[in-house]
Design a binder for this molecule. Sequence first.
Ligand code: APR
Ligand code: PHB
Length: 398
Amino acid sequence: MPEASASLRTQVVIVGAGPAGLLLGQLLARGGVDALILERQSADYVLGRIRAGVLEQGSVEVLGEAGVGQRLLAEGLPHEGIELAFDGQRHRIDLAALTGRRVTVYGQTEVTRDLMQARAQAGLRTVYEATDVSLHGFDGNSPVVRWRAGGRAHEARCDYIAGCDGFHGVARASVPTGALRTFERVYPFGWLGVLCDTPPVSDELIYANHPRGFALCSMRSRTRSRYYVQCGLDERVQDWSDDRFFDELRSRLDAEAAERLVTGPSIEKSIAPLRSFVAEPMRFGRLLLAGDAAHIVPPTGAKGLNLAIADVRNLARALIASCRHGDEADLETYSARSLRRVWKAVRFSWWMTTLMHRFPETGEFDQRIQEAELGYLVGSRAASTALAENYTGLPFEN
Ligand code: APR
Ligand code: PHB
């Protein structure tokens, strides 16, 4: 490394400044552990990504513990129920009555913005536009992370590396083949999403199962809506004018909601594929994975961001115990404990995806089974409670 400008030392190098990496940095700082964050993109690019919008009650609590709960509490919208629409009717699932818990609608972009601001205010360092990040020595006692920034090579020696760099990141890819087992399901459709500055069609989220395909009415605030329709994997965003999108959405809603839908120019429009993915284990020596780096769920259950927050909560505690007190017990069990919860969320997201979408290969028998399950779900308190319990979030340790 002849032109190295600096070789520094920190306790934890965090790769990725999405919500997982930023939250981990914040919790570690509050626990007295030193960390450096490396992010491939610019801060503006990270803030420009439109992602999820529903926080479990437990996630809200963790963000509060991290010191970034203020704006979330003031501006987040508490939701005590969701609506399932099928067969021309809407059915309310009363999350609060069934579980005593609620969820909060607050965009991932806003969570990220709050975490970035808290980090800047605390004078903590994030290197944006860090390229060629590479991970070394995590199977021994002296891991090193190298990267390039500002045209120069850098390296940091550390005690632990946290891979919070998403599905396409370098952390999971650095694990030797054979040490990792992966599980995957790719769904035969995507979601076409639109963000627009119009009042949401309903006070609560509407998940619709319709012969033309799934639709979701969500929101970011009382004046900003987020809508999705299930689409084929071969669809292209440029083929979907705003008018075409809203006509399609309207056709999948019940008459009353379709009538009430206020449309407006889209401020973002994108297609996302749907996938379930889990990598096991989530720890290799001194490298620990969290969030999308370790697992992906289809968005139907709104679990992606919440799972990342749950991983990071456990990881921060384990790293603080090790770095501050030399106690490695929680790190030893981090992977197994996280994966137990991850698989329950993977199951729930798969189940809700299967229940709410039209699959190209579905025959008449499967169709009737889906209709029976929807009917059972809204007609049975036990079945509604199972949905509500998962939707509002399982306990962190279970
Ligand atoms: N070097 C440095 N940074 C990287 C690298 C790399 N090689 N590869 C990826 N990154 C960065 C990405 O640019 C991104 O900002 O890592 C970050 C990962 O962030 P996310 O993809 O947002 O993943 P995570 O923080 O785990 O967030 C959980 O919840 O709503 C879901 O999928 C949604 O992003 C969401 C996730
Ligand atoms: C969203 O608002 O983007 C959203 C809400 C609920 C979901 C998925 C996405 O299940």
